[in-house]
Design a protein around this ligand. Sequence first.
Ligand SMILES: Nc1ncnc2c1ncn2[C@@H]1O[C@H](COP(=O)(O)OP(=O)(O)OP(=O)(O)O)[C@@H](O)[C@H]1O
Ligand SMILES: [Mg+2]
Length: 326
Amino acid sequence: MIRFDNVTKKYQDNEIAVNQVNLNIEDGEFFVFIGPSGCGKTTTLKMINRLIPLTTGTIYINEKRISDYNIHELRFDIGYVLQQIALFPHMTIAENIAIVPELKKWDKEKIYNRTTELLEMVGLDPETYRNRKPKELSGGEQQRIGVVRALAADPSIILMDEPFSALDPISRQKLQQDISLLQKKIKKTIVFVTHDMQEALALGDRICLMQDGEIVQCDTPNNILKNPKNDFVRHFLDSGNIAKPHLLPENKQAKDIITSLHLVGKNAPDSPVLNDDAKISDVIVALSKQDAIQIQNEQNEITGVITNADLTKFLANQLEEVGETK
Ligand SMILES: Nc1ncnc2c1ncn2[C@@H]1O[C@H](COP(=O)(O)OP(=O)(O)OP(=O)(O)O)[C@@H](O)[C@H]1O
Ligand SMILES: [Mg+2]
């Protein structure tokens, strides 16, 4: 769908911003660029819709060189969310959203319905917000308008440059979910830039890590997590506070094993006894020396028996609950 063939960008002062990039972004793919500030993400994105001319190499969309497209045709069919919010201050929110639909000469009713639908999608009441000016919205609200404006005329490609960076974590997560669902539903090709590894892993079908204008690793989230190519990639993964598998559910106690696996009433009279508020790690230690342990309550009554097989089963259930076995 979007193919980079040996693409290089040098700005006037001869600094190489993007260096010999080769890429093939598939139709319907959610493709994420990530990397430190200044590594060339925005430059790469802006070359796709010709906001920035490339220096050498070729970019193709559907195997046609972007330079062979009529510039309006190209821009109409590529939604773009800028890194800096860029709503037109003199226009209302509805007018801002309707820019491309107007250019495409949609009729009034269709435009009205579309703006309503898009405002609702990002949790902004259409009646309240439709006629406001951008300065009457918070930064995060303006950013949401920037996002839906890019979707307004149903483009087949959407470029998004750190679209959620000014949002609080909750709105951010909500919008991430919205965009992810939307993309699965309508199968748009989305090229998305972020600094945030968690965001990249949550959204990307593939993630492309850049450093100093070059691609370091480009792969599925799973493969990157499993096989980070070098220390730079590892560092980026670490910086994202990726949830590590919580192998030991430390908030659980022996009695939780008994109740969740219905082990009440079993007996193993010769086995050692552990209190039912013992931590999981204590249960593991006890079971490393014995095949079974008896569990007693506060009144020193035996309530059940845990075997090694039970423990394994309990831990497996816990992992499944937190989604680690997917
Ligand atoms: N108009 C310009 N003229 C000269 N150099 C530029 C221009 N725009 C960007 N650069 C340089 O090109 C390099 C890549 O910039 P780019 O904006 O693509 O980085 P980025 O990865 O998007 O960074 P950030 O995460 O901070 O947005 C940087 O070194 C930057 O200084
Ligand atoms: Mg940028």
